[in-house]
Design a protein around this ligand. Sequence first.
Ligand code: G3P
Ligand code: MG
Length: 254
Amino acid sequence: MRPAQTVAMDLLPVPYAGQRTLFRFAHRGASGHAPENTLAAIRQALRFGVEGIELDVRLVEGVPVLYHGRRLEERTNGHGYISEAAFENLRSLDAGQGQRIPTLREALDLIDRRCRVNLELKGPGTGKAAVRVIRYYVEQRGWAYTDFLLSSFDQHELLAVRQRLPSVPLGLLLCGLPLDHCAQALKLGAESLHLSVDFIDPAIILDAHAHGLKVHVYTVNDTEDAMRLQAMGVDGIFSDFPERFAAMGIPACA
Ligand code: G3P
Ligand code: MG
């Protein structure tokens, strides 16, 4: 439960950089530099030496693919709901700069354990489908469960994962701040809370840490924000421009 006394983020004293390191997740790949959730964005993130990459997972004809929105108009030259698209048709679309919508497996093959992978589950069935893929990469391809971090705003999808894979790390995504955010995360056996930068203050971080939970904050593209978050003890940030915070990061795959 959120303590009654909190300090607003803009009331913090001058932050001290470098005291703690920040784990940098490239948000939708390095999406400030290449079309989001594409192999080009992943490649750019890897070039930046990020510690992690966050990717949005949706299901198309049972195949996990990377895409943020519900509708294809959001980021492609296609039309309609992605959940109703035919897989072959989807693959012919332009997701920006000639990139196509990648499958989750294409993304994991490219990443090849060079950093942690945060899969954000978007839509019904994505948890179960992600479990199948993760099992394959752990059992057949030498990955570890801890190379992954599965997060979602949808607790039903997280529960579906937890019931099938007790050892894969989970992160509870929230867009606001419910009274019992820590309890919700602990109930799912999550290792982290993924909170919006709009709802962060020092007491939230202290409280989460007291409950044994890490806090990763989205979406942070501003260096002053990052320094303040770092000063508060935030564990990680999601950024479209992760290279801006290189000095605040930790060595890749440490
Ligand atoms: O996972 C952090 C962030 O990506 C959640 O929101 O809408 O950007 O997927 P969204
Ligand atoms: Mg996301």
